[in-house]
Structure formats: structure tokens, C-alpha cells
Design a protein around this ligand. Structure first.
Ligand code: PMP
Length: 315
């Protein structure tokens, strides 16, 4: 069996029950396995060592987006946001991580049939819920300025596989871009849209800083409408007094940006030092990026009272 490079927690949730992770199995004929017809979220829980407390960050927002993804895929979820929040808390209470953790809930088309349509008129189409959790530290290096490549792969468009929905099958697009970047010696990739505008990173949103302002691509540039992206925009305005522009970004604006960073639940805040080997600033985390990173990390661990409503403690 392939070596699992991550620490998967003891319990998972499948269908309507908690069970041991190794018992959470699905059939090889499952529609989602054959056609990628599933939607998912990645949720982080931060461990505060001093308080021996575990905090889920933006839990409700993730399940709200998950239900939007379900809607786009014409799915029929049988849990609402509150129920999924409760199940997540229960899962982590069972798994008791003593470090940062990551939760993966997913609704998937669980029927066993041939034919890719996301609805099937003459059978009992079923959607099912699954949720796993793992220990997870940094997904990308957050301490240096990473090196990224503009991918030759283009971002899937809203009229192909909508990136606004977090659809499992569309992560083939992500996988191709990320693999090319790694094989070429970069840490990650930035996609352009078919129209040539900047979209996002392989699995994270992007900000650049120009003339002291934050700039981020429009939601119509085939990005996932990131929860961290929204939060960072708010923090930049409210806490750092900066302007945030949401607009089309040209490729060459990346090369001359003062700073750039990726953001996402899994990735957190990742400073970018080089894009296509063009050095940004001194190639190290920029001043604004570092301020936002420190603030984000403190909020996530429950150290900033003002923002404690972003967190739900697992207890
Ligand atoms: N874009 C893509 C394609 C992603 O997979 C993610 C991770 N969910 C993000 C952006 C960042 O979104 P969020 O901040 O909501 O995690």
C-alpha cells in the first residue's frame, strides 16, 4: 500500500455515521469516483498551546459555500449549515488533535451508475456526506518568499467547470498546473484565464501590492470566491487602513508588484518572492504581507479578542 505522508485522524464521518477512518469506504462504481462529481471544503482548526484550546476558523462560511457548491452541482444535501458545524465539532472532539488540524467535508454523488449527468431522472440518485480530519502544519512555506511560475495551463472557466464551486473534478486543472510548476523547480503556480488575466494560485487566491494598495482579481476571473481573500481584504482596510482594489490584473503587473502573496485556508498567508524568476522587492516577505500574516496567525489562534467571532472553540 502507498505510504500515507499525512497523519489521518482515527475517526471519520460517512453517510450518517461516525466510524473508524479505515472503515470509511465507498464503491469503485461511485459516480463521484468515476466522474469527479463531488464538492468539498478545506477547514482549518488552530491549536493554541498556551490555552490548550482548538479553534475552528470561519466554520460557518465554509459550510455556506459548500451548500452553494452543492446547488451548482444540483445536489440534495441532507444536512444544513448548523448540523454540519455540529458534526465537525463532534469529529474533532473524537479525534482530539493536539496540533493544527484540517477538516475535509464533502458531498458526493454516491449512486452507482454509468452516465455522467449530475441528475438521473429514472433512478434514486443519492448524494452522501463524508468528512475526514488530519494533522496539518504549513501546506506551503510561509516563512520565505516562495517562487512561482505562471502556468501554461489556463484556469477552468465558469462556463466549463465553474471555479466558484469547489468541485472535486476541477482539481485536475489544479493538479496539472501544480505538477508543471514543481517539475520546473518552482514552489507553485499562478493561473491566467483564457482571456489572459491573472486568476489565482493552484489552490489559493492572490493579492499583489502596487503603489501601497492591495489588488486582487475579480470574481469573474474564474477564481474560487475565497473566504480568506474576503477576510484579508477586510483586515487590510480595517486594521492597516489600506485600499483594496478588485480588478482585472495583467500578467506583467505581477512582475513589477511591490509585494505579492497567496492566501487560502490551507495555504494561509504565503509570501511570494519570485514570479517567473522576476524578483519582487528583495525576494523576501514584504512589510504589508508580513503584517497581514502576523495578524491572521494571531486571530486564528484566538489571540485577538476583537476577532473571536471568526472562531468556534472545539469543546
Ligand atoms: N482557490 C482555490 C482553487 C482553492 O482551492 C482555495 C482553497 N479553498 C482557495 C482559492 C482559497 O479559498 P479559501 O480562502 O476559502 O480557503
Amino acid at each position: 500500500m502507498a505510504k500515507v505522508p499525512i497523519k489521518i485522524h482515527e475517526y471519520a464521518f460517512l453517510g450518517k455515521d461516525f466510524l473508524k477512518y479505515q472503515d470509511a469506504k465507498i464503491s469503485v462504481m461511485t459516480h463521484a469516483f468515476m466522474y469527479g462529481t463531488a464538492v468539498f471544503e478545506g477547514i482549518r482548526a488552530y491549536y493554541n498551546k498556551d490555552k490548550d484550546a482548538l479553534y475552528l476558523l470561519h466554520l460557518r462560511n465554509h459550510f455556506e459555500r459548500l451548500l452553494q457548491s452543492c446547488k451548482i452541482l444540483r445536489m440534495q444535501p441532507y444536512y444544513d449549515v448548523d448540523q454540519m458545524c455540529e458534526l465537525t465539532i463532534e469529529l474533532l472532539k473524537k479525534n482530539k488533535p493536539k496540533c493544527d488540524a484540517y477538516v475535509r467535508p464533502s458531498w458526493f454523488k454516491s449512486c452507482e451508475r454509468i452516465g455522467p449527468s449530475v441528475i438521473c431522472a429514472d433512478s434514486d440518485d443519492e448524494d452522501s456526506f463524508v468528512m475526514t480530519s488530519i494533522d496539518l502544519g504549513d501546506y506551503l512555506d510561509t516563512s520565505k518568499g516562495i517562487s512561482v511560475q505562471i502556468s501554461s495551463w489556463r484556469r477552468v472557466s465558469d462556463n466549463a467547470i465553474p471555479p466558484r464551486a469547489k468541485i472535486n473534478g476541477s482539481y485536475v486543472n489544479t493538479g496539472l498546473a501544480k505538477a508543471n510548476a514543481i517539475l520546473a523547480g518552482y514552489d507553485d503556480a499562478i493561473y491566467l484565464t483564457e482571456a489572459g488575466y491573472v486568476a489565482e494560485g493552484s489552490a489559493m487566491n492572490l493579492f499583489i501590492i502596487r503603489d501601497g494598495k492591495l489588488v486582487t482579481p475579480r470574481v469573474s476571473d474564474n477564481i474560487l470566491e475565497g473566504i480568506t481573500r474576503n477576510f484579508i481584504s477586510d483586515l487590510a482596510i480595517d486594521e492597516l487602513g489600506l485600499e483594496v482594489e478588485t480588478r482585472a490584473i495583467d500578467r506583467t503587473e505581477l512582475y513589477i508588484a511591490e509585494e505579492a502573496f497567496f492566501c487560502g485556508t490551507g495555504a494561509q498567508i504565503v509570501p511570494i518572492g519570485f514570479i517567473d524568476n522576476y524578483q519582487l522587492g528583495n525576494g523576501k516577505p514584504g512589510a504589508i504581507t508580513s503584517k497581514l500574516q502576523n495578524l491572521y496567525n494571531d486571530i486564528a489562534r484566538g489571540k485577538v479578542d476583537k476577532y473571536n467571532d471568526c472562531l468556534i472553540e472545539v469543546k
